[in-house]
Ligand binder design. Structure first.
Ligand code: SF4
Length: 271
């Protein structure tokens, strides 16, 4: 739905559905909810229902029209595996991703059990990355669910990090992103938690990406950890073969414009 995302670890966002409901402590200050309210107030048609879960079938084929290869975050404004999303619609989303071989897609969910249940009915091409969000120790079961899926690239978004995650089982995990909560009411992240996760990743040779410290003003706190940024990516991202561009694709890549509020969707990061 929007390209040129400011999210540090992706390049574009695509929202074939919008809206969600809260499921765990990481959702308390959901950025997508705040953004959906703003877009609704601006009269953006995709957000006429605000943050109520809404399928956006007219957006399904957008990535096929984006000719330039991009790394696309799927559903920055929702959760694809929400219980109210029909399996047939999820299959349609995956069918588009399967066809759009010149992009890489990054899906992130907190509904790991539903992911696990539906995974056998979905195609898993190598350019589709699958991740789960884990904010606290009592939600690490999501990692076990992810591990059982056939996704080629499996990743963790440990954001907003709300507690320590010692002794993580990183077997089969290809990438870890860590970040503190940002925005109004942001809950603090202890630097020791982030350092420990970096060290666990280094010890397990898992690429580590430090997204942000967060806080009320995340620009002020930045994204350096111990004097440097950590922008490691999965090896597949670096060694990906030359992209093949869809010959049927439109020559123009969708771009946000000042009058296009969908560009604002790209700032929604808490999956
Ligand atoms: S979009 Fe993500 S953070 Fe927001 S309510 Fe849904 S699962 Fe929670």
């Amino acid at each position: 739905m929007a390209s040129n995302s400011p999210i540090e670890w992706t390049s574009s966002t695509w929202n074939p559905l919008t809206g969600c409901t809260k499921i765990s402590p990481g959702c308390a200050h959901c950025y997508a909810e705040r953004m959906a309210g703003r877009l609704q107030a601006m009269g953006q048609s995709n957000y006429a229902n605000g943050f109520e879960l809404t399928l956006q079938p007219q957006a399904l084929e957008l990535p096929l029209r984006w000719k330039r290869p991009q790394r696309i975050f799927v559903n920055s404004m929702s959760d694809l595996f929400h219980k109210d999303v029909p399996p047939a619609f999820i299959q349609q989303v995956f069918a588009v991703m399967q066809r759009a071989t010149w992009h890489e897609f990054q899906i992130l969910t907190k509904r790991s059990l539903r992911l696990l249940e539906l995974a056998p009915s979905l195609p898993w091409p190598s350019h589709v990355w699958m991740g789960v969000s884990v904010e606290r120790q009592d939600y690490t079961f999501r990692i076990d669910h992810l591990r059982q899926t056939p996704a080629r690239i499996k990743f963790l978004s440990l954001e907003p990090l709300l507690g320590p995650l010692p002794n993580l089982n990183l077997a089969g995990i290809d990438w870890v992103v860590v970040g503190g909560e940002s925005g109004p009411g942001a809950r603090p992240m202890d630097p020791a938690w982030a350092r420990d996760l970096r060290d666990q990743c280094l010890a397990a040779s898992v690429p580590f990406f430090f997204k942000q410290w967060g806080g009320v003003n995340k620009k002020r706190t930045g994204r350096e950890l111990d004097g440097r940024t950590w922008d490691q990516m999965p090896p597949a991202a670096a060694t990906r073969p030359p992209t093949r561009v869809n010959p049927d694709a439109s020559p123009r890549t969708a771009r946000p414009s000042p009058g296009n509020p969908t560009a604002m969707e790209a700032t929604a990061v808490e999956d």
